[in-house]
Design a protein around this ligand. Structure first.
Ligand SMILES: [Zn+2]
Length: 461
């Protein structure tokens, strides 16, 4: 029977509603293998379960701050009557969270549209350009158009917070160097002749092979052009671009604390990425740089750190983790080591030991919070790669920051991870500050220590 709507009329199905119903009925009847439905016998997982208390080191520092980074993207039709002409928009926001204040506040679940509007205007970086059916200028294909537009946007768009006024391009060179000194060149492959590892300065250069005469851009290292297609909306490379921008913001803000407050604040701040610590497909070189960059920082820290994790909310691993928890395979306060055998169960792959090696700079762990919810976290190892050809490093002991990360998750409740970042800011009005243009991040993390009140925090629209 159809539902009544508020005016008493019958609810009308959306135009494609019946298609979804038919497909769902087909799927229910079809016989296929769903790993998340096959979790009845979980005894084999028990040897992989660690308790949070068994991981914690005695000299643990309690983290006081979190900086969360979250991006969004959208593709829209740009010309009436021409649906093939698509325009893309990417934005990334960062939020500072005072963990103790978050802890002491009850999360409000109501969305305040005024606050939401204000928060969305504070996106730290946004960029837009035609993604399909429209070109930078006549006489170029869509891949070339993407390459030149991304290069142009990376030169112009900057992370403009106090103490870190850097363009996206400068940040790209920074993570290819070390936290102290940016690289002077980035190695890229020529998209025309395929020549490998050509060092490209920030001004760009011509391909030196003499065969193609192609102009090379430093942003070619992102590999976006490999996924750009002539006929399609190109959401996939746009998503990759968004993830790259998120990563540059994350590492940029981390560098700011590393340079100016390593001892006092970087050791007490958790950086959280909304989504896994990963860059899929052709983004592998940048993903590897991210891990190396964080490990370089870690070697110069007075204690543990930098603390960084990714929080996944969707996907096969999340479904599987929740299924395990539902069947009591993971109890509150327990962590599951996700080794090759577990990965094999989840991905149904005959080669699970190679999983993640080209995409992930953090290792997945399943954690059941003390409040009962289940999270899939990615955390970078102190040394070496999280994944490699031979199963990588599944053991929690390779991730010394893990206990500190889990502690934050339990103290703040998983409400913090259940929603995107801007809802986090909404949920914790007095404990969360959007980091926008001109924000003094250092002042945010220092305010409790220095006794500054909220009014002295930057609050520009
Ligand atoms: Zn070439």
């Amino acid at each position: 029977m159809p539902y009544r709507d508020v005016r008493g009329g019958f609810e009308r199905a959306r135009r494609t509603g019946h298609v979804a119903t038919v497909v769902r009925a087909l799927a229910e009847k079809a016989d296929f293998y769903v790993p998340a439905e096959q979790v009845a016998d979980l005894a084999w997982l028990r040897p992989r379960v660690h308790t949070k208390t068994s991981l914690a080191a005695s000299t643990e520092t309690r983290l006081e701050h979190a900086i969360a980074v979250d991006g969004s993207r959208q593709v829209v039709e740009a010309r009436p009557g021409l649906p093939s002409v698509q325009y893309g928009y990417v934005q990334a926001a960062a939020v500072y969270l005072d963990l103790e204040a978050v802890e002491s506040q009850r999360a409000e679940r109501f969305v305040d549209p005024v606050v939401l509007h204000r928060a969305s205007r504070r996106a730290l970086v946004s960029l837009d350009f035609p993604t399909a059916g429209a070109y930078m200028r006549p006489g170029m294909d869509i891949r070339q158009s993407w390459r030149e537009l991304v290069d142009a946007r990376f030169r112009r768009k900057r992370i403009d917070v106090n103490g870190l006024n850097q363009t996206l391009l400068q940040l790209l060179y920074l993570i290819h160097g070390d936290p102290e000194t940016p690289a002077s060149t980035i190695d890229v492959n020529c998209p025309a002749c395929g020549a490998h590892a050509i060092p490209v300065p920030s001004s760009g250069r011509a391909c030196p092979t003499g065969q193609c005469g192609e102009r090379l851009f430093p942003t070619d290292v992102l590999g976006l052009q490999e996924e750009v297609v002539e006929d399609g909306s190109n959401e996939s490379p746009l998503t990759r671009l968004m993830q790259t921008v998120e990563l540059l913001i994350l590492l940029g803000l981390m560098t700011l604390l590393w340079r100016s407050a390593r001892d006092e604040y970087l050791t007490r701040t958790l950086f959280i990425l909304d989504g896994p610590l990963a860059l899929y497909g052709p983004g592998a070189p940048v993903m590897r740089r991210a891990l190396e960059f964080v490990q370089q920082m870690a070697r110069t820290m007075p204690g543990l750190g930098p603390y960084v994790c990714g929080a996944e909310k969707t996907g096969t691993f999340v479904d599987y983790a929740r299924a395990i928890a539902r069947h009591d395979g993971l109890k509150p306060g327990e962590l599951l080591r996700v080794d090759a055998e577990v990965i094999g169960h989840i991905t149904n792959s005959p080669h699970p030991q190679q999983y993640g090696k080209d995409d992930y700079w953090g290792r997945k762990f399943f954690y059941r919070c003390l409040d009962g919810r289940t999270l899939v976290l990615t955390v970078p190892p102190a040394q070496g790669a999280a994944y490699d050809r031979h199963g990588g490093q599944p053991d929690p002991s390779a991730y010394p920051i893990l206990p500190g990360v889990l502690d934050v998750i339990d103290r703040t409740g998983s409400a913090m991870y259940q929603d995107a970042i801007i809802p986090i800011a909404l949920a914790h009005g007095a404990a969360a500050y959007p980091i926008g243009v001109g924000t003094d991040v250092l002042k945010l993390v220092a305010k409790r220590k220095l006794g500054l009140d909220q009014a002295s925090c930057p609050d520009r629209g």
